[in-house]
Design a protein around this ligand. Structure first.
Ligand SMILES: [Zn+2]
Length: 347
């Protein structure tokens, strides 16, 4: 079968690899019908250490179950399923608390942690299939597929940012980052009743989509200027919640610049730093809380799926380009160069 491999920074190739197959009794084999390139795939695309590759890529997928191991009970061949970016059993103590990304099962993992599998491929072995996969009540060629695919990562991640920040009706919210996660954090804040949603981003095509998804204000300035602009838009107070969907230190610095006293900074952009201010001048002085982490998107699928099925939300709007597997390397390049927002891959 064919799959996507990253050999080194900037070097993504489609190559023949051994066919994925069932190994454990709780596995499912899924023939992938839709996948995509993630903003987080761009971190290794820019900085993968020489000699550490090649790595199988892709962690967002929809596909058809081809085969199941003897211990799989909820799925059958022919089922259309979505796979979150994390493998989980959905039964351990952490999963039951809705924290599937901390699943205690020994097979729990992110896709990146499984050497010979990946979502940007023709097929994939899904461990802990009963816990990980969610059956979709539509056909593989449904017009809803782009929106349903966002349940695998970017919608659930944006929603996690808003949930961890405790966004509720009447809140003012700042979203930092106009990538797919930032835009769907906007959608999520709106869904949770935020009154003012300030989107910090500087790509007009993206911030226009942000307005469509619920942003009430757009701030293109960054750094101190951006902070001053958000303060101005909030009567000097800042916002109750700051949803940080970038992961670089300047975005975090912007976050504590715009958060309201007593507010929450919720980070879902994978931090590309280990050291950052948490002291008197940043968090402590005004009782600011820091939240967020890898989104347990599996926990949110049942809640968000009905809204997609009935058209209440259309998170699939973040896909602006569609390609096939052969187009994946070009998709990385276009996303890296910001020519496309998010690339949908049809197989
Ligand atoms: Zn678990």
């Amino acid at each position: 079968m064919r799959a996507t491999l990253m050999h080194s920074a900037g070097d993504v190739r489609i190559e023949d690899v051994p066919d994925s197959r069932i190994k454990n009794p709780t596995d499912a084999l899924v023939r992938i019908t839709a996948s995509c390139v993630c903003g987080s795939d761009l971190h290794p695309y820019r900085s993968m250490a020489p000699g550490s590759g090649p790595a199988r890529m892709g962690h967002e997928l929809i596909g058809v179950v081809e085969d199941v191991g003897p211990e799989v009970v909820t799925l059958r061949p022919g089922d259309l399923v979505v796979a979150p970016f994390a493998i989980s059993d959905s039964t351990c103590a952490f999963c039951r608390e809705g924290l599937h990304t901390s699943c205690a099962h020994h097979e729990a993992s992110f896709w990146d942690g499984i050497d010979d599998e990946g979502g940007q491929a023709e097929a994939v072995r899904v461990p802990l299939a009963d816990g990980t996969l969610v059956k979709l009540p539509v056909a593989a060629d449904s017009a809803l597929v782009p929106s349903l695919l966002t349940l695998a990562d970017v919608l659930g991640t944006g929603y996690h940012a808003a949930k961890m920040a405790g966004v509720r009706p009447g809140h003012r919210v700042t979203v930092i980052g106009d990538g797919a996660v930032g835009l769907l954090a906007v959608l999520s804040a709106k869904r949770l009743g935020a009154e003012q949603i300030i989107l910090m981003g500087r790509h007009p095509a993206r911030t226009d989509l942000g307005r469509e998804l619920g942003a009430t204000d757009v701030v293109a300035e960054r750094g101190e200027e951006g902070v001053a602009r958000v303060r101005e838009l909030t009567g000097g107070q800042g916002t109750h919640a700051v949803l940080e969907a970038v992961g670089h230190l300047p975005a975090y610095e912007q976050a504590f610049g715009v958060v309201r006293p007593g507010g929450v900074i919720s980070r879902v952009g994978v931090p590309q730093y280990e050291e950052a201010p948490i002291g008197f001048g940043s968090l402590f002085r005004h009782n600011v809380r820091l939240a967020g982490g890898p989104a347990p998107v599996r926990a949110y699928i049942e809640e968000l799926l009905p809204d997609i099925l009935d058209g209440t939300i259309e998170p699939g709007k973040v896909f602006d380009v569609e390609t096939d597997l052969a187009g994946v390397p070009g998709g990385y390049r276009d996303m890296d160069e910001r020519r496309s927002l998010k690339v949908l891959v049809r197989l």
